[in-house]
Design a binder for this molecule. Structure first.
Ligand code: ADP
Length: 762
């Protein structure tokens, strides 16, 4: 047992005895998911040799001489790093695993939870998780704590048999440094220029399509993720959920899509102002697909937008500005959290226990006409603030303009904030957001990797950007499909001379995330999980897989949150059930749009037509909805009904059939009808529910369906928000314009199909 482990254990014991008993596990996730943070003073510093920075090879330093103003283009697009040194602050990863030597059983979650301590009087929570970074702390764990082979002998035998996991890093781009470190720590095998035979894992820097010749193994990107996380598509996905579950999805600021909803936006705001002149909200305009704060500006009057909107060709989202953010030292800050989507089916989500906090560099004031253009006050982007003379490059992980999230939580906890609640709300926000994205991702997935066709499986690390409001409520700002995994940053060593130097704060967080993602994706680990379905092991205990035998890696910095919390969230997966219907009638031909015949088959097989709702009416519904969506995407080449249009039509059908119920119940009721019908047919009439070839019918729909574009916004939508509702600030709710089919023409709310555009690392 290492000295460090002993020290930490002793500290834990002391904390336990001072806390008058262990707090019992509550059924609620809040209890279970406390981010653990011990005050810096209470822990022994991790020896520098244990940090990833110390383990890495000497950095290859590139030196550039040029103007400082050009430096941005050389940096990673999303995170760029400050030069900080490792300090002794406890990060959130790492679990002291309870020695359970007597039982001879693997330590399970309950064992760990029993170490959760309540420090009396402060509200601070401490679990038994006290390593600094979870990266390389040499804790010697009891031999019985394993996943996979049960004893050392078995493990050694298996180790001899197993080949190291192979990773193709050819396309890794800016993640390369952190990836190399991780592979080295795991003793896996890297293929830096690819490999003729297949690798186990392919690491792409940008997109699933970085390499289109992969037919097996696992790729670290999902098809369609970049598209789904563009600002407009994220807004649409969340909005659909807001229609069904307004309370659950109120963590996303009210947003409008420009230019198509300009009229709606300006009318709603004007109406609200007429109602209460004192209300003067601020709005933030974000270009679709933008990053690093590029093109973002604030307005207080829709009139200001109108001028810009006139010449605006770019699509954007206009969003209610959160004008009362939580401040630390009078500065606004946001949180970057890393989230692993390990699989879509079944849905598996992990959250990194450590993240980054990025601070503004000018003291915050509530927006006024005078300060609207003060980007260092309102925007937390590192890429912007690093250009301010006030940017603090700190040697510590807990101070400066870029810090660990755990250090922020310590700070809050020391002021009596219930950080358990904050963390639990954040987890909830993450799970709900991913649940909103999954339906469309499944369509992309099936189009790129149809069932039965050889192809890889996918996983992906996402970067969630979250703002805490003054009342501690977390708000989702955006999700990055390609969060920067750079662990070095540019430093000006002398005027005009720049060097790339390691950035400890980034290594601290990012190497752990990549390494533990690899561990979870280890093919051997996956197999062993089949025989060890108790997923809890993965969340808090060290996991061993290929190449890890005979030595111990630190405990996981990634914490499973789904399916762990399935019970709390599964009821939100309604749109996924609609998607299952859509995919069923879409077939497996690699397309993403349903033709009219496919839609008719859906109606017929689910027995949704009758004397009051003829097949002719079904055709009109199909044409109207599809045309509306096509009009919103003039450049779209694929014709037919996309998922969002299908959801729109489904909501309409549900509302029509179950008139008196609230929308959510209408939709669930119709789902039950459809699923029951299809199940019956599956038993008695296997051919009945099969998808049809909709290729030819899709072509037909183009010729008969494309007429003049539908209205941008139907006046009916205006009635969905009263002026008072529209502006009660901050009201975290999108317009969520209900999908209403009107009389004969089924004029439904406009929505965009995701555009298929490449992305840069941001
Ligand atoms: P980008 O992808 O360009 O970084 P973001 O959506 O992350 O765009 O916004 C940039 C910054 O603007 C955020 O980091 C945050 O500081 C600020 N911001 C974004 N949306 C809001 C909002 N609704 N309320 C307050 N601040 C916001």
């Amino acid at each position: 047992m290492s000295d460090h482990y002993v020290k930490v254990k002793v500290q834990l014991e002391q904390m336990k005895s001072s806390s008058e008993g262990v707090e019992k596990e509550e059924a609620d996730m809040i209890e279970d998911e406390v981010l653990v943070a011990s005050p810096p003073a209470s822990v022994s510093p991790i020896p520098a040799s244990c940090t990833p920075a110390a383990q890495r090879e000497p950095p290859k330093t590139s030196v550039t001489c040029r103007n400082q103003s050009k430096s941005r283009s050389k940096l990673g697009k999303d995170e760029k790093n400050t030069g900080t040194k490792q300090d002794s602050v406890l990060a959130l990863q790492g679990t002291i695993v309870a020695s359970n030597a007597n039982s001879g059983k693997p330590v399970n979650r309950k064992d760990n939870e029993q170490q959760t301590l309540q420090i009396k009087g402060t509200g601070k929570m401490l679990q038994g998780k006290t390593e600094t970074n979870g990266n390389t702390v040499p804790i010697h764990l009891p031999e019985d704590i394993k996943v996979g082979p049960h004893n050392k002998e078995d493990a050694n035998k298996v180790a001899k048999r197993r080949k190291p996991v192979t990773v193709d890093t050819f396309k890794a781009k800016t993640s390369l440094e952190a990836l190399k470190l991780s592979i080295r720590q795991l003793k896996w095998k890297e293929f830096p220029v690819g490999r003729r035979s297949a690798c186990d894992i392919y690491w792409h820097g940008v997109s699933f399509h970085d390499n289109d010749n992969i037919t097996s193994g696992q790729v670290n990107k999902f098809p369609g993720m970049i598209e789904m996380l563009r600002k407009i598509n994220l807004t649409r996905a969340v909005r659909t959920m807001q229609e069904l579950f307004p309370e659950e999805y109120n963590f996303y600021p009210r947003s409008w899509i420009l230019p198509e909803e300009y009229q709606l936006f300006s009318t709603q705001i004007s109406l609200a102002k007429d109602g209460d002149v004192s209300q003067k909200p601020t709005f933030i305009i974000k270009p679709d697909g933008g990053s690093q704060g590029d093109g973002i500006y604030l307005i207080r009057d829709p009139g200001d937008l109108r001028v810009i909107a006139g010449s605006h060709t770019k699509q954007s989202v206009v969003q209610e500005y959160i004008h009362k953010p939580l401040l630390i030292d009078k500065l606004k800050f946001d949180i970057r959290l890393y989230v692993l989507v390990k699989s879509l089916e079944p849905l598996e989500i992990y959250i990194a226990k450590e993240g980054l906090s990025r601070f503004c560099t000018e003291p915050y004031q509530e927006p006024s006409q005078k300060n609207l253009s003060h980007v260092f006050m309102h925007l937390t982007n590192y890429s912007l603030n690093v250009q301010s003379g006030n940017f603090v490059h700190s040697d510590s992980l807990s101070s400066g303009s870029k810090r660990t999230f755990s250090s922020v939580l310590y700070r809050l906890a020391s002021k009596g904030v219930d950080i358990k609640k904050v963390w639990s709300d954040i987890i909830s926000l993450v799970i709900k957001t991913i649940i909103a994205l999954v339906p469309e991702l499944k369509v992309y997935y099936q189009a790129d990797i149809p069932p039965g066709k050889p192809g890889p499986t996918c996983f992906q690390i996402l970067g969630f950007d979250i703002l805490l409001m003054k009342n501690l409520k977390p708000v989702l700002l955006e999700v990055n499909a390609n969060p920067s995994m750079r662990i070095e940053h540019e430093q000006e060593v002398s005027p005009g001379v720049f060097e790339y130097v390691p950035s400890p704060v980034d290594e601290e967080v990012k190497v752990g995330v990549i390494r533990d993602t690899l561990r979870l994706m280890d093919p051997a680990q996956k197999k062993s999980l089949t025989s060890y379905p108790e997923q809890e092991e993965l969340s808090g205990s060290p996991v061993r897989g290929s190449g890890e035998e005979g030595r111990v890696l630190p405990s996981m910095c990634l914490k499973q949150v789904f399916p762990k919390y399935t019970k709390q969230f599964s009821y939100l997966r309604t749109v996924e059930r609609i998607t299952a219907l859509f995919l069923r009638f879409l077939g497996v031909k690699g397309n993403m749009r349903l033709g009219p015949t496919g839609f008719r088959t859906f109606i017929r097989n689910c027995k949704l037509s009758n004397s009051h709702f003829s097949m002719a009416t079904v055709d009109i519904l199909y044409i109207d909805v599809t045309r509306r969506w096509a009009s919103m995407l003039p450049g779209s080449r694929e014709a037919g009904m996309g998922l969002q249009a299908f959801v729109e039509a489904f909501f309409y059908l549900a509302q029509r059939r179950f008139k008196s119920l609230p929308l959510r119940e209408q939709v669930v009721s119709l789902l039950e009808v459809c699923e029951a019908q299809l199940e019956n047919q599956g038993r008695g009439d296997p051919g009945g529910a099969l998808p049809e070839d909709n290729t030819s019918s899709t072509r037909r729909s183009v010729s008969c369906g494309r007429t003049q574009p539908g209205r941008t916004v139907h006046p009916h939508h205006m009635s969905t928000s009263t002026p008072g509702q529209a502006l009660s600030a901050p009201q975290l709710c999108s317009p969520a314009t209900p999908r209403r089919a009107l009389s004969q023409d089924y004029r439904l709310h406009q929505r965009l199909r995701p555009t298929h555009k490449g992305n840069v690392e941001n």
